[in-house]
Design a protein around this ligand. Structure first.
Ligand code: KG4
Ligand code: ZN
Length: 376
């Protein structure tokens, strides 16, 4: 029974997971309300809020799981990548807890957690397991990366009957050279006064627009064809708005509505002209097509048997639909975690820690935050 602790960005989370498979509890305290007025995560505020939340969140995770500290077999904590001050809160707390309880401490790479989220859910709901080798797209506010996922030689079969104990090996296939996809959603939402975070609202409003109304060019990537770039689309949106001053009054009206707390998609939708809805739909379509085309291209080149998509943007409905349609054409299976496990949580950290627990791969008191910790 592993207690997972996650504090890499703006969510303080704790979870108890049994044998890397069964989620006994998963508590997430989001700081969105604190960062909203700044239109993005403010690192200093994030650390302070983690300090306030870490004890009550862990306590609640234990209570919901009906376990005591003494019942735990290990404490797992996110080592990186993430904001250094935010990571330090979880690491310091996890270290102290493990040491006080005389239980093993396990360090987890946040990105490995996102990958385990997909397997964890397939396990806990006894659903079909993704087959390996897999191609995994991690797409969030902080990351847009493609990895190949394979079982470590001798670790368990590639059929993944015992995926919870399998150790995976990863290779980085590509990634963004500038902004993450979620960051592009958030920045575009800011330009259009659609609130923060931008992804969920754009997801809703895009359904009412024409995705072919405005053309956003697919960036040509020299060198690695599986790299991404999202800063160009953000700049293209900025220029589009400058060329069309007619958008200004409704942007101002939405800004005012947001200031009065009207943040819901339906409330903002009432303040969007058809041209704005077309613009939103065209933006989303460009991002989604970019993500899907490169991911499936990489999956084919690697002869992957399945495609995994995880991270906050994986909650996007058009992304899911397009992945499913395009993957089917290529006879590939695509897997997403549920919404709760797509975004940052600690169940994925506890699940990713389990193979390390089995292998007795423990951290010691020298464990430190690694803001740029690579996965491969
Ligand atoms: O994984 P996450 O909770 O935090 C990290 O960034 O690590 O992801 C948050 C990001 C934000 O940029 C948010 O706008 C985006 O995920 N997001 C979405 C959707 N829900 C959240 N983007 C597109 N469509 C969504 N439905
Ligand atoms: Zn994340």
């Amino acid at each position: 029974m592993i207690l997972g602790i996650e504090s890499s960005c703006d969510e303080t989370a704790a979870a108890v997971v049994c044998c890397g498979r069964k989620i006994l509890s998963s508590v997430v305290s989001s700081q969105i309300d604190i960062h909203r007025k700044f239109g993005g995560v403010v690192p200093e505020l994030a650390s302070r809020e983690h300090l306030r939340q870490i004890v009550p969140v862990v306590r609640e995770a234990l209570e919901q799981a009906s376990v005591s500290l003494a019942d735990l077999d290990a404490v797992a904590v996110t080592q990186g990548p993430g904001l250094v001050g935010a990571l330090l809160v979880g690491i310091t707390y996890g270290k102290a807890l493990a040491s006080g309880l005389r239980k093993p401490l396990i360090s987890v790479n946040h990105l490995e957690g996102h990958i385990h989220a997909v397997f964890l859910e397939a396990h806990s709901e006894s659903r079909r397991q993704p087959e390996l080798p897999a191609l995994c797209l991690i797409v969030s506010g902080g990351h847009t990366i493609l990895y190949s996922v394979e079982c470590e030689a001798g670790s368990a079969s590639q059929s993944l009957d015992s995926a919870a104990t399998s150790r995976f090996v990863y290779s980085r296939i590509g990634g963004t050279r500038d902004d993450a996809a979620g960051e592009a959603y958030d920045k575009v939402a800011r330009m259009l006064s659609l609130g923060y975070p931008g992804g969920p609202v754009i997801d809703q409003l895009a359904a009412d627009g024409n995705p072919e109304a405005v053309r956003f060019n697919d960036p040509k990537m020299r060198g690695n064809p599986f790299d991404f770039s999202f800063s160009g689309i953000k700049t293209a949106m900025l220029y589009h708005l400058r060329r069309h001053p007619e958008f200004e009054p409704e942007i101002a009206a939405r800004k005012e509505a947001l200031a009065r707390g009207k943040r819901q998609a339906a409330q903002l939708r009432a303040l969007c002209s058809p041209a704005t809805l077309d613009l939103i739909a065209s933006f989303q379509s460009a991002v989604v097509n970019n993500l899907v085309t490169r991911s499936l291209g990489a999956a084919e080149q690697l002869r992957a048997k399945s495609v995994l998509v995880s991270g906050g943007v994986a909650a996007n409905r058009q992304l899911r639909r397009t992945f499913e349609e395009e993957a089917r054409k290529r006879r590939l299976d695509v897997f997403f975690p549920s919404r709760q496990l797509s975004t940052d949580n600690a169940a994925m950290i506890a699940a990713a820690a389990y193979p390390k627990y089995v292998a007795k791969d423990f951290a010691d008191g020298s464990l430190n935050a690694e803001p740029n910790l690579p996965l491969a």
